[in-house]
Design a protein around this ligand. Structure first.
Ligand SMILES: C[S@@+](CC[C@H](N)C(=O)[O-])C[C@H]1O[C@@H](n2cnc3c(N)ncnc32)[C@H](O)[C@@H]1O
Length: 307
């Protein structure tokens, strides 16, 4: 799930260049870590450890749209070392946070990381950024990019037989849960969600945005490459009354409201009523929520002889 509109606007960025507040990225980090597929992370670690081609030196990992370094903090201790990271983002303040916090991290064998921060726009895809990578990673990025951007990225990575681990791509779904954890299908929620999904597809600076289509487009782009592709559902689940629910749920509901309002200003009265009632339900411990995401791991085809 990407940052609510209110958070992005609070960061003061000119549209459509996407800016994300460090506060929002920090609030979601623990839930991202809880939701991610640990199985796919483990498979990526195993692939790196047996790195095909057998070239020496540290494992090269590139994190596209690294933000304040959440993906780095999750992955570094779970991947074999030594590791050399290239962090890429167009936001210098997020990049500085990622680099500073990365300085204290250790890989799975207890060694410090080599980290290079690269402040630049991801458009167009520049394969020189990934030139020396074994593994290309990105987290919570693909709803912002276009189909052609994905296709260019996949072409560049496949040409170098790089592995890909793309995590927490939103699939456009979200819903409230009742106190028993059951999904609530409410007509007003569905109407707001539909407006939100349309808003997600607006251009965010990397072409017409994929929004919730991102996981399916990633799988389709990988399908013809011969790569071994695995995907896992990695939804956020926040139960009604869960102590950490409100710091995330409030900005999410606000963001869904703001996006829907931007799509349909004439629906303002309904949207304000909807927001107030859902925030009341969350605060009273009557509502939880779920937000759909998927992780994807794509590994190069085995060479003759099994490498
Ligand atoms: C939702 S945040 C995810 C950050 C981080 N990967 C995480 O999981 O916390 C998306 C990130 O993509 C970056 N981003 C968005 N559009 C970009 C672009 N055109 N060029 C470079 N970075 C971009 C943003 O600055 C932000 O850090």
């Amino acid at each position: 799930m990407n940052a609510p509109e209110s958070d992005r606007l609070a960061a003061g960025a000119p549209s459509p260049r996407e800016r994300f507040s460090p506060d929002w990225l920090s609030r979601r980090e623990w839930l991202d870590a809880r939701s991610r597929s640990h199985r796919l992370t483990g498979r990526a670690a195993d692939w790196l450890a047996a790195r095909p081609g057998g070239h020496g030196g540290p494992y090269g990992i590139v994190d596209l749209g690294c933000g304040s370094g959440s993906n780095l903090r999750f992955l570094a201790p779970r991947l074999p070392g030594p590791q050399r990271w290239r962090l890429v983002d167009h936001d210098p303040s997020l990049l500085a946070l990622a680099r500073r916090q990365g300085a204290t991290l250790r890989d799975a064998i207890g060694e410090r990381l080599v980290i290079e921060a690269c402040c630049r726009d991801l458009s167009p895809v520049d394969d020189a950024l990934m030139a020396d990578a074994d593994l290309v990673v990105a987290s919570a990025l693909f709803d912002l990019v276009s189909r052609s951007w994905v296709e260019s990225l996949v072409t560049a990575c496949v040409a170098r037989r790089q592995a890909l681990l793309f995590t927490l791509s939103v699939d456009g779904d979200w819903a409230f849960l009742d106190a028993a954890g059951q999904r609530i299908e409410d007509e007003e929620d569905i109407a707001v969600r539909t407006l939100f999904q349309a808003h997600q597809r607006r251009d965010k600076g990397l072409g017409p945005a994929l929004g919730g289509e991102a996981p399916a487009v990633l799988v389709a782009a990988m399908a013809a490459t011969g790569y071994r592709v695995e995907s896992a559902a990695t939804p956020w689940h926040l139960a009604a009354g869960e102590s950490e629910l409100l710091p995330l749920a409030e900005p999410l509901v606000q963001g869904w409201h703001d996006a829907a309002l931007a799509q349909a200003p004439e629906e303002q009265p309904l949207l304000e009523r909807w927001r107030a009632s859902r925030l009341d339900g969350l605060a009273a411990g009557e509502l939880g929520l779920t937000v759909g995401h998927r992780d994807l791991l794509a590994l190069p085809p085995l060479l003759p002889g099994g490498a």
